[in-house]
Write a protein that binds this ligand. Structure first.
Ligand code: URA
Length: 210
């Protein structure tokens, strides 16, 4: 994967995204749609996985059949909204290893501070897919990827539902080697850091909080 930004324009992804953006979508519908879109984004992010072959026997004959090469993928969810995407991605890649990064924003410095970190071992040998539905300022994704790189990760991709141009630029500056895969590049951020037109607070909408 060489492009820094990939927008998945598949009609089903775009249709489902419109249903999610609508403020009338219920929590259950929002969660289900996020799960479905995440599966389709995961399909895209894994398109170029390395393959090898394995000898198997079909009921008819022996054959050399293609299988995925190397260690299992690592999926890293940025808490808490990342968990809504994780479910969908895991349905497609059930054997993936899973990690979590928890960050909050310091009220004074406005910088992300880590409160939780747990990642699978041998990150350096895995494709590491970071999931967070909203790439807004990019501060938390950059900080999460800093942590993963410090832990050895070398081959990282970032999967999100919506991206703001500001977040994409921040990621490109801090982590130009990390491709971003998203369903939409929206217009801008508002002065509170929300994506416009966006869909509101993804965590609140998927968990039914306010
Ligand atoms: N996080 C969200 O949940 N929504 C936004 O619009 C921006 C960041």
């Amino acid at each position: 994967m060489t492009d820094h930004l990939t927008i998945v324009t598949h009609p089903l992804v775009q249709h489902k995204l419109t249903l999610m953006r609508d403020k009338g979508a219920s929590t259950a519908v929002f969660r289900q749609l996020l799960r479905e879109i995440s599966q389709m984004l995961a399909y895209e992010v894994t398109r170029e996985l390395e393959m090898t072959t394995q000898t198997i026997e079909t009921p008819m004959t022996e054959m050399e059949a293609p299988v995925l090469k190397g260690k299992k993928l690592a999926l890293i969810s940025i808490l808490r909204a990342g968990n809504g995407m994780l479910d969908g991605v895991l349905e497609l890649i059930p054997s993936a290893r899973v990690g979590f990064v928890g960050l909050y924003r310091d009220e004074k410095t406005l910088k992300p501070v880590q409160y939780y970190y747990k990642a699978p071992e041998s990150l350096e040998d895995r494709l590491v897919v970071v999931v967070d539905p909203m790439l807004a300022t990019g501060n938390s994704s950059v900080a999460a990827i800093d942590l993963l790189k410090a832990a050895g990760a070398k081959n990282i991709r970032f999967l999100c539902l919506l991206a703001a141009p500001e977040g994409v630029a921040r990621m490109k500056e801090a982590h130009p080697d990390v491709p971003i895969i998203t369903a939409s590049l929206d217009k801008c951020l508002n002065d509170k850091g929300y994506i416009i037109p966006g869909l509101g607070d993804a965590g609140d909408r998927m968990f039914g909080t306010k």
